[in-house]
Design a protein around this ligand. Sequence first.
Ligand SMILES: Nc1ncnc2c1ncn2[C@@H]1O[C@H](COP(=O)(O)OP(=O)(O)OP(=O)(O)O)[C@@H](O)[C@H]1O
Length: 556
Amino acid sequence: MSLNDHPMKFAHLLRYVTPHRGTLALILLLLLAGGAISLANPWIAGQLTAIILDSAQGRFSLTFILLAWSGLLLFRAVIGFANQYLIGVTGESMSAELRNRVYEHLQVLPLGYYQDRKPGDLLSLLANDSEIISGFVTGTLVQLLPQLFVFAGAFLMMALIDIQLALLAAILLPAYFVAMKVIGRRIRPITGRWIDAWSSMYAFAQENVALIPAIKAFGREPAERARFREHNRAVLGHSRQQIRLQALLSPSVSFLSGIGMLLLLWLGLQHVEQGRIDAAELVSLLLYAMLLAQPLSGLANVYGQVMLTRGAADRLLDFFSVQPEPVSIGQPPLVAGDGRIEYQNVSFAYPGRSPVLEDFSLVIQPGETIALTGPNGAGKTTLVHLLLRFMEPRGGRILINGQDIAEVDITSLRSQVGLVAQHTLLFNGTVRENICYGCPDATDAEMKKAAFAAQAHGFIDELPDGYETVIGDQGVKLSGGQRQRVSLARTLLRQPAILVFDEATSMLDPFGESDLVSQCKEIFRLKTVILITHRPGTLELADRIIQLDPLPQRQA
Ligand SMILES: Nc1ncnc2c1ncn2[C@@H]1O[C@H](COP(=O)(O)OP(=O)(O)OP(=O)(O)O)[C@@H](O)[C@H]1O
């Protein structure tokens, strides 16, 4: 599929260029000025040769020419500095904006998108592809016109000196383009494979770092090392192929242009002998011919860069075209109410799997605490994930306070349903930051009240820095039960009308659990609560126990 056939169109990516068009235009002007100086050099060299050979063409004094030349070189140096600076800064700002946009889109994608992909692939969009796009704009696109300008200028100057030799140089050009095309065409798929291999390696390393305890416990270090080496070998293999082709590209073009120069020199000398041009003009002409070849090797890189950028643009556009979670702009908020929940004939199946729920109905009265129990895989977590609209049901509907949740603003819905998940998800920050994650403006007293209710205050107080203790990645510096309590406090602090505990007490010791149960009875009296649990201590809290049984397996 070509980029313009892409559902989101290549123009979408140009949005990141538009805010910088002023700076890019300035860069372009400076590059053109640099190009003009490059075009002046061969002419000056011709004048110098004329003076040295004492030819009639030497119209300026040696001192004047040297001074003027020095001035031009200084001017080019200043332009070079300005350009390098502007190109660097603009490129970096563009990639930063693109990275922001990628990250924003990541945040609004449905949970299922993450479950189907490796984190490394997503991170590669941030790390590689955003850079490639901005690098193309600042490193290739803006350079194109100045290169063409130098090319056309050099050709024109040659034609003014000797039209035959100028045409000969122009006739030799297709050879360069053939070399560029043949090699350039092979670079693109290799780059795509290199990026794929790189993201697989990254994803593998990331997963392994998270699974270190399991790897150590099962003594799998040597096997994992070997698997990493395998991934790394694939990355290296593709890099080698890519580097080989890229390395081949410029020298091939240089070789062809060198041969062309020799041919030109040979014919030029004959024209000098025939008196059609003088030696000074031949010097200028040869230098112009070199200038002609210079943008060509630049253009050879353009081809490789375009191929590389098309790959990155394809991946980014694919990513941006993934539908975000159902947008709720303009949808009314979920009106705060007494917390009545009603599942009406709800059906759901994960993609490619047999149905988990079919025609499921359940009414949970305001202030009621129900325990949801049943065998593993029966669909208990799925049921509460549907309540939070992490996924959408295939059939039926779910009402809260009489409002269909499919028709309310998703943020207002999630602010009223507090989930304490089966796997605690804590950030690498302080205990305070973790508890206040959903309510950054909570006061110290409110935070501590939530921590007391979750029976977490006692152990937090004994931590080296109390609430300011950093708990490590995923809270590794806390015990499993402590993590659950922090996560519970985080949810309680939001004071949602509906509380969902998805095996949230599974790691608490029996005493801790009974303490928590009595504490929670106090809290739960005011809220609608769904407890997913198998533990008798927690079941005791429930007004009603709902047994969920798995549906008979059948083909999706
Ligand atoms: N992201 C997913 N993609 C595909 N299938 C899934 C996904 N998540 C869960 N399932 C499947 O859906 C079914 C219900 O899973 P769910 O997590 O809701 O069960 P559960 O009753 O909460 O189980 P447990 O008691 O083990 O926590 C299971 O068969 C599971 O394999």
